[in-house]
Design a protein around this ligand. Sequence first.
Ligand code: DOR
Ligand code: ZN
Length: 338
Amino acid sequence: MESLTIRRPDDWHLHLRDDDMLRAVAPESRDFRRAIIMPNLVPPVVTGAEAAAYRDRVIAAGFAEPLMTLYLTEGTDPADVVAAHAAGIVTAVKLYPAGATTNSASGVRDIEAVRPVLAAMEEARVPLCLHGEVTDREVDIFDREARFLDRVLTPLRAAHPGLKLTLEHVTTTEAVDWVRANPGVGATITVQHLMANRNDMLAGGMRPHFYCLPILKRATHQESLRAAATSGDGPFFLGTDSAPHPTHAKESACCSAGCFTAPHALPLLAHIFEEEGALDRLEAFTSLNGPAHYRLPVNDDTLTLEKGAARTFPERIEAHGQSVTLFDPGHPVHWHVR
Ligand code: DOR
Ligand code: ZN
């Protein structure tokens, strides 16, 4: 049987939620050793004390090595951010433009309002993770990431050249090119943006389990993302953005944004990297480039993928009173985790 052994992967962008949903989904990230845990709870994780308490709940729910983030608001205290990072409680801060996505209402409206926090983070070397979309209603949803690069990210980088940046879930050729042109900036890429494009979501019927933000783009962008991920190049690494919503909230007249990919992310990635003739670069994407970007050691254990008969994944997980439907790529996948 064909097999591939790689260093244990990490997930550099993961939503675990709280309470029963946290208990239902935390064990589903079992293939990953560490994960950057997103702070967009209701209410959001804003202070170091809140992050420490949330970290304890994540560990209690069964995910042992969470790397916590703070949700940047216009009221965030720079001293609290720096102290929480220095104490090892938080790994990074997350910037959501207000209104960009799920639970982002407390995010940033005016970048000037968070200037003191950004300056303190630059000084103390606290990484900033960005949801890279403008939110203006007049900007077409398919153009929101590209506009963010010109309007927000380029000026931000010029104003804070020492600030460590991770552009999350890149979805466009423009974003890949921007990251390549700005050394030191990292970019996460999701499984669904490598696996699918907007035709897969919309042609022949509308598939709510493919709907996430930033929204899937046209096939040429998917090709750029596949080239970046399979290049093995340092700036590009896996952040699944696995974002569980109850099945009823996805299969709804106004469907929530997010794809649930944590349980089967590795088999899907092996499928993609094999299609691209790049299985030898899967490890760089899942296990090496992320730690290098965050200046953390690579994991000391391994994970083995095996190729065999086509594998069917469960349609959904049902636990702790929650039902969450998995992202279904719509074609057979022959890889599984041993
Ligand atoms: O699709 C998404 N879902 N994109 C985000 O940025 C947030 C996430 C969520 O929290 O559900
Ligand atoms: Zn996310």
